[in-house]
Ligand binder design. Structure first.
Ligand code: 2AM
Ligand code: CA
Ligand code: CA
Ligand code: CA
Length: 266
């Protein structure tokens, strides 16, 4: 079965704006906050509400579609066959809790393993980064231009400073070398926003020692449309079902970051 992807994007967009309203309305009351894998890995009742909101809409409207989300509202998925929605209801939960800013809703639709639609909505700035496969990427309807390369020493990359000081992090030394050699670093704290910023030429590269498919599924569709590359630290293709290291950038920078820095653990 094939779909009118532009129509599907409109529907996904409508639900994303509705979900954003639910998130903003939650600011007017106290919300339940819990920890997941460790004390700093936060989740709130709003994350779960938003994931359920999408799951219900999708199951009602497209019962033949599959669903993969961070909070496990749907059954576990073991294949990318058919049409799969990959959703992070709130990307940047720590920012949502602490800053009430710098968090996004990330919605991707994959068809037979190919990214067809990618939406990253920065809720508080009202910036929607959106792309459909083969039709370019946009911010709020304004086209993003194909990327312009900069040399590594003039590049700004998104990286979390914590990874440079954690002794158990096997990538600590290559990351330190990379941070030393680039022009500067930024850390927003939402992988989806940082990947969208790369697509929008606000960053030249972005990396994380551990991301899951819902963190980057939508971002990959944006990156593809503007000619950026993404892979694991070792240059392998990213899985849409399993977590891994993540590195993305403009093509030359991506290649150099992998081959001269994080591709080899020091
Ligand atoms: P999240 O907010 O949806 O959990 C910085 O924390 C970025 O890394 C966010 O995009 C966050 O997504 C993501 N991330 C991935 N795995 C994480 C983990 N185990 N703990 C915290 N953040 C994680
Ligand atoms: Ca999380
Ligand atoms: Ca996330
Ligand atoms: Ca999340």
């Amino acid at each position: 079965m094939t779909y009118d992807w532009q129509e599907l994007e409109k529907t996904a967009r409508k639900w994303t704006y509705e979900a954003a309203k639910i998130i903003k309305d939650s600011f007017s009351r106290p919300i339940l906050i819990e920890s997941k894998s460790n004390v700093n890995d936060l989740v709130t009742e709003v994350d779960k509400t938003i994931e359920s909101f999408f799951y219900e809409k999708i199951s009602e409207t497209y019962p033949e579609h599959f669903f993969l989300g961070e909070e496990g509202v749907a059954e576990e998925l073991s294949s990318l066959e058919g049409t799969v929605w990959i959703i992070d209801p709130i990307d940047g939960t720590m920012n949502f809790v602490h800053q009430k800013y710098n968090f996004a809703i990330s919605v991707a639709i994959y068809h037979e393993g190919v990214g067809m639609i990618g939406l990253v909505y920065d809720v508080m700035t009202d910036e929607l980064f959106h792309a459909t496969n083969g039709n370019g990427a946009y911010i709020n309807g304004e086209p993003l231009v194909p990327v312009k390369e900069r040399p590594l020493n003039e590049s700004i990359i998104g990286v979390n400073a914590k990874w440079l000081v954690e002794e158990k992090n096997q990538y600590r030394n290559p990351l330190k070398a990379l941070v030393r050699d680039v022009r500067s670093t930024r850390s927003i704290g939402s992988a989806a926003i940082e990947i969208a910023y790369l697509a929008a030429d606000r960053l030249d590269g972005y990396l994380s020692v551990n991301l899951s498919p819902w963190d980057y599924a939508a971002g990959l569709v944006l990156l593809n449309e503007v000619g950026c590359k993404a892979s694991t630290f070792h240059g392998e293709p990213l899985s849409l079902l399993l977590p891994s290291t993540f590195i993305a950038g403009k093509p030359h920078l991506h290649k150099e970051m992998v081959s001269s820095y994080v591709g080899e653990e020091l």
